[in-house]
Design a binder for this molecule. Structure first.
Ligand code: ACO
Length: 427
């Protein structure tokens, strides 16, 4: 196959190198396009732009494949744990038992928040959105660890990574406790990562807290499935901010803000709200699907469609099965799950969705599990962020190691051409 692409402009031709990845993906390298031709590449929404080379996550959207560091998501969801996957993403290999024990210990001994940082939660209104609280508190972590902010210092980065992964569940749980007006309880580092989060979120200082292993396993699967997804909106945000050499806490905080949007991680909240609306209005699935297709109606079938997957999102497959299992084991009879299954069935037979290749994405069923576990709807996206954290960190670390230049896209200017200033009394 050719290893260059030829571009003809104004009668001159230019050869552009073709780059090939380890899975045969090919791209035209346009790094020298502007210096050689004076042209830039225009691609709003980056639908067709590779922003980096990366060895972390592979997605084949047409075939519905997702792999972290070469391992299929289905195997990781079945056999691994979230903290092991976090290690894999960040360090590139599965850990040995000894390395895993050290990794686990390093994280679990950093779960506590500085007492002064806890006071920050009190400054937020009771109904503050958990994503706003998480973004603010993660950014504030940088003010407590000023000695660990140099992205070029491996030891500083390693301790910031442990702190981020360790403290994020505590931060999320405290945002829930603050909304309820309940006391913040201290982490118990004898528990596992997820058990600890559940106790911090649902326990109280007056009673013993029983952790349900079914819930722990379901959450483990959900976090694994969310752990990375290559150059999506929030990850690209983390990389872009990271390219300015901002500290890791600032970069992750930016990623949390990007994830909050309803077209990205915020969709899991929107899915449950959509299902609740359908139940409350007594609509049937067909009526809602018709609404979602109607151009004059702003409703979309939330949790359907994906920029990359044009086939079933493999994560949705796993979550669909897990949600049915969890609900059965917990003895929950979920009206929302019934509606979701109905919506999926009707949409997948409908020409509109078939021709546009719109399938359920990761968010379509995840909210049903979060709901059954007792996570408030507003906190769903914070749980997504907890899962995505290792991916953001891995991508941030890869960027630092690559020595990539600061991210700075170009534009095609379409505004007014030069004109003289008009004094106010002459306008
Ligand atoms: N319901 C109804 N119609 C849809 C939907 C949907 N969920 N998704 C896409 N379409 C339609 C669009 O209206 C468009 O139709 P047209 O060609 O007649 O104009 C066509 O399908 C293509 O859609 P785009 O929005 O152009 O696709 P894009 O790749 O830009 O967007 C996105 C992908 C944002 C995920 C979109 O499918 C969407 O809004 N889905 C609902 C929100 C959602 O679930 N987001 C979570 C994504 S997964 C994640 O971030 C973790």
């Amino acid at each position: 196959m050719d290893d260059t692409a030829r571009l003809e402009v104004d009668g001159k031709s230019y050869d552009l190198p073709i780059i090939e990845g380890s899975e045969g993906e090919r791209g035209v390298d346009i790094q020298n396009l502007r210096s050689e031709t004076g042209l830039i590449a225009l691609d709003p929404g980056y639908k067709n732009t590779g922003s980096c080379k990366s060895a972390i996550t592979f997605i084949d959207g047409d075939q519905g494949i997702l792999r972290y560091r070469g391992y299929p998501i289905e195997e990781l969801a079945e056999k691994s744990t979230f903290l092991e996957v976090a290690y894999l993403l960040i360090h590139g290999e599965l850990p040995t038992r000894e390395v895993m024990d050290r990794w686990n210990h390093g994280i679990m001994r950093h779960t506590l928040l500085h007492e002064d940082l806890k006071r920050l939660f009190r400054a937020f209104p009771k109904d503050a959105h958990p994503m706003a609280v998480c973004a603010a508190v993660v950014s504030a972590l940088s003010t407590f660890y000023p000695e660990d902010l140099n992205p070029a210092d491996d030891a500083q980065v390693a301790s910031s990574i442990e702190r981020l992964i360790a403290k994020f569940p505590t931060i999320t749980a405290y945002s829930l406790k603050h909304a309820l007006g309940q006391p913040f309880i201290y982490p118990d580092n004898r528990l596992s990562y997820i058990e600890n989060f559940l106790r911090l979120s649902f326990g109280n200082p007056c009673e013993a807290f029983e952790v349900d292993p079914v819930v722990v396993r379901a959450m483990d699967i959900l976090l694994i499935l969310h752990a990375d997804h290559e150059q999506n909106c929030s990850t690209s945000t983390v990389r872009l901010v990271g390219s300015s050499k901002a500290n890791i806490f600032a970069c992750i905080s930016a990623g949390i803000s990007a994830l909050w949007g309803p077209l990205h991680g915020g969709a899991n909240q929107q899915v449950i709200e959509m299902l609740e609306e359908i139940a409350a209005e007594g609509l049937n699935a067909r009526q809602f699907v018709d609404r979602a297709k109607d151009r004059d109606d702003t409703s979309r079938l939330m949790g359907f469609g994906h920029r990359v997957y044009r086939n079933y999102d493999p994560r949705a497959n796993i979550i669909k099965k897990a949600s049915a299992d969890v609900l059965e084991k917990m003895g929950v009879n979920s009206k929302l799950l019934e509606i979701a299954v109905d919506l999926e069935r009707i949409a997948l037979e409908d020409d509109y969705f078939v021709t546009r290749r719109l399938y359920p994405n990761v968010d379509f069923y995840s909210g049903i599990i979060f709901d059954a576990i007792g996570i408030p709807v507003e906190a769903f996206t914070a749980l997504f962020a907890m899962g995505r954290l290792p991916g953001w960190i891995a991508q941030w670390s890869e960027l630092q190691g690559d020595g990539q230049a600061i991210g700075r896209p170009r534009q095609i200017y379409t505004g007014a051409t030069v004109r003289p200033y008009v004094p106010m009394d002459k306008r």
